[in-house]
Design a binder for this molecule. Structure first.
Ligand code: AMP
Length: 288
């Protein structure tokens, strides 16, 4: 395994691999790696000739400076975990390598991300998805992956990236991977490291409320299901729902009737103290 820190070196490496006819699996991350990230890495290692994992806390996708400043980082542990997972390259760039000209001087481009980028995370984190699209497009241009792996924990992000790939004409297979959870159901997240023991103890209530709402949804309206989830979570001291939206899983737009869309997902963001946690649950799916 090698660690690459410059864009030029990465481009040269992936260029050689592509010349040799090798497939490249790519997993973009912001580090502070956990079993969720590693499940994506495992799929990439299994499904491709070589695997590249990037570890880069992307400033342009943070709309809140405190969130960026407190985002957990652990380069040493990340390197150890990725070596064990069998990846070929870790890309750990500086901000200047990703954004030539620096954050202020960089070239700007407005990505066409569709309506999926305007709701939920798009509404509550202005600029977030443009920042995600910017970093992912830059990384895709350097890595030129055959397949790129993303977690369904960030359900909306996958839809937005699919739109970006299409509007930019990038050739890559986007592979969606299931959410990894702790034994008590809490979705694994780098941000979980920021929870106090008391906060960590109540955080699984988010998942419990979502799971219990599956049964409730069978004989209640979309609105009633929404309300029961929000009321239950907000009744837990230390938890506060930012939004919970029940949406068409393809468009990410809200629905009002269960039969409005073949696939329906509920996406939630909850503040646990100052820590922002996200999760989602599938209410309806089509058998594939
Ligand atoms: P992040 O480092 O938070 O930007 O996440 C990097 C990738 O890992 C994204 O595609 C996430 O959706 C994915 N990911 C994060 N947490 C999980 C999880 N618990 N299960 C599956 N994938 C995850």
């Amino acid at each position: 395994m090698i660690i690459i820190r410059t864009a030029a070196e990465l481009e040269a490496y992936t260029g050689r691999e592509l010349q040799n006819g090798h497939s490249i699996g790519f997993v973009p991350t912001m580090g502070a790696l956990h079993a969720g990230h590693l499940s994506l890495v495992e799929k990439a290692v299994q499904g491709n000739d070589v695997t590249v994992v990037s570890v880069f806390v992307n400033p342009t996708q943070f709309n809140n400076p405190t969130d960026l400043a407190t985002y957990p980082r652990d380069e040493e542990a990340d390197i150890r975990l990725l070596a064990q997972a069998g990846v070929d390259v870790i890309f750990m760039p500086t901000v200047e390598e990703i954004y030539p000209g620096g954050l202020e001087g960089r070239e700007r481009h407005e990505y066409a991300l569709g309506t999926a980028a305007e709701v939920m995370e798009g509404k509550f984190r202005p600029g977030h998805f443009q920042g995600v699209a910017e970093v992912v497009a830059r990384l895709f241009a350097l890595v030129r992956p055959t397949r790129a792996y993303f977690g369904e924990k960030d359900f909306q992000q996958i839809a937005v990236i699919r739109n970006m790939v299409e509007s930019e004409g990038i050739k890559v297979d986007i592979i969606a991977c299931p959410i990894k959870r702790a034994d008590d159901g809490l979705a694994l997240s780098s941000r979980n490291a920021l929870l106090s023991p008391e906060q960590r103890a109540v955080a699984p209530e988010i998942r419990k409320a979502l799971v219990d709402s599956l049964e409730y949804a069978r004989n209640h309206s979309v609105q009633a299901t929404h309300d029961t989830v929000v009321e239950r979570i907000d009744a837990v001291p230390g938890l506060e729902t930012e939004y919970f939206e029940i949406v068409d899983a393809r468009t990410l737009l809200p629905i009002t009737e269960w039969d409005e869309a073949p696939e329906v997902v509920g996406c939630i963001t909850v503040y646990c103290g100052k820590v922002r946690l996200i999760d989602n649950i599938l209410y309806k799916t089509i058998n594939k």
